[in-house]
Design a protein around this ligand. Structure first.
Ligand SMILES: [Zn+2]
Ligand SMILES: [Zn+2]
Length: 173
């Protein structure tokens, strides 16, 4: 079976990319994968924008084949192509102020100071995303090999206040 776009038949499924519910009737993207725990396949669901950032290859493949009318198709394609070109971008899971000074940056290995911004990383494996540590905001360019990460960081930071988002916009500009 191949991946699919379809209208969500209930509002119960959560997006694997951002953890938020997918509203009933909203278009969702289903990635089909071999089930690691049983025979057969499983489907994991995403908001299309979340899949564009975090699962770009299956999303692009499906966009090319689907007969569904997918809203914002061009934006999705652009986001997904960015994530294909820079192989670490799909790891971005948002940004936050470091609640303690314990974590070390995945890039430079230095401590991330308490209260400073850090970017959360996740790794995709067998249908799920697992926490993959953090990097300094200032290490983003060396780590991701691109500076164009603002939209993606904001997208996966729904819990930030408007003031924090504004601060990030300035920092990442
Ligand atoms: Zn989502
Ligand atoms: Zn660093």
């Amino acid at each position: 079976m191949s991946h699919v776009f379809e209208a969500a038949s209930s509002g119960r499924a959560k997006c694997r990319g951002c953890g938020q519910a997918i509203a009933r009737g909203e278009l969702r993207f289903g990635e089909r994968l071999p089930n690691p725990f049983a025979e057969g396949e499983m489907t994991i669901w995403f908001h299309p924008a979340c899949a564009a950032y975090k699962r770009p290859e299956p999303l692009l493949q499906t966009l090319a084949e689907t007969s569904e009318n997918v809203p914002d198709r061009e934006r999705l394609e652009r986001a997904a192509r960015g994530s294909v070109e820079h192989r670490r971008l799909p790891r971005i899971d948002g940004a936050e102020h470091a609640p303690s000074g314990q974590a070390k940056c995945r890039h430079c290995r230095e401590t991330i100071e308490r209260g400073t911004w850090r970017i959360r990383l996740v790794y995709f494996d067998e249908g799920r995303f697992s926490p993959g540590g953090y990097i300094h905001l200032g290490c983003r360019k060396d780590y991701f090999e691109t500076d164009d990460i603002l939209d993606q960081v904001l997208h996966f930071s729904p819990g930030l206040s408007e003031a924090d988002r504004e601060e990030l916009r300035h920092a990442l500009d």
